[in-house]
Write a protein that binds this ligand. Sequence first.
Ligand SMILES: C[S@@+](CC[C@H](N)C(=O)[O-])C[C@H]1O[C@@H](n2cnc3c(N)ncnc32)[C@H](O)[C@@H]1O
Length: 360
Amino acid sequence: MIETKPNGRPAYETDYGAAYCGDSRDLLKQLHDESISLVITSPPFALQRKKDYGNKDQHEYVDWLAEFGEIVYSKLRNDGSFVLDLGGAYQKAVPVRSLYNFRVLIRFCDDLGFHLAEEFFWYNPSRLPSPIEWVNKRKLRAKDSVNTIWWFSKTAWPKADISRVLVPYSERMKKLIEDPEKFYRPMVRPSGHDIGSSFGKDNGGAIPSNLLQLPNSESNGLYLEGCKSVGTQGHPARFPARLPEFFIQFLTDPGDLVVDIFAGSNTTGQMAESHSRRWLAFDERLDYLATSAFRFLPANNTNVEMNEIYKRIMANESVDLREYLVQQRLQLFETPRTTSVGYHKLGVSSEQRQRKAPRR
Ligand SMILES: C[S@@+](CC[C@H](N)C(=O)[O-])C[C@H]1O[C@@H](n2cnc3c(N)ncnc32)[C@H](O)[C@@H]1O
């Protein structure tokens, strides 16, 4: 299914994608130029406190990230996008913010040739107060609960369709749509906005803003259950699934190639798979990729199978997860009561389920 992919065998593959272990600079270089529609990723942030997934010192950080940015640029299609999630950070020992995320933005645009299509902000209301010293103890700063998300594009005209990610109308807007005349008269506002008669038309939802409110308190049921069963913890910095899903729906079409170059638990691959986009996931840690495979299994998969998959990947075997899906389908065929539970949990429609028949 993937037309361009790194040399060598993936840690695992599915109908739509494959996960590879290695430094993503090396893996990216092996892809065809102008082949990717969307790179969406969250690198290790430039935090002072080292986490266990390889954070860089703030000073080296911009240079380090620019190395990836330069390769991504050459691999993106001309209508492609690079969506980069960066958390804020403080300077060492003082309550002063680091400018690193803004330095990344300027470097990518001024030196690498990217355009800033739009800046987004991910507001995570469930984020814990941090750093404790400035927020809880000395009460000098507010809780930081917003990440900057830079939506870079290769040209001024990346593929995009905001009508694919509409949000529910407000209660007030719903009332207005029911009875437009009661609420407004078509007119040009003092602000210059022309509120015409089409303003009250039902478009199926409202245009979302660039403030994405997404708690990352979701349960990740099967993934975490699998991690527990093999004796590991879930990845410490997972995306909420809606974050990659939003940009995948907004910026790509079915069949386009989506790549996460710091894939971690591969939330991006799972969302790409469930929306019929081809995907590649790169991470330098095989243990993270091994557990991320659980995301692609049906919900009623057994712990025995998850253990087997984990061990095979950790032993550097390349696992085709479709083998497990075929077994599952056969079981479902014998016991129709549980039909579609697994796919349903992954948010896969019945139409996609049909398409997911193995292609071998
Ligand atoms: C913030 S986490 C990404 C989490 C991911 N968004 C998720 O939903 O699980 C960053 C990941 O980058 C990986 N990483 C760091 N340096 C890398 C490199 N040079 N090449 C590939 N992966 C790398 C780390 O192992 C870590 O899993």
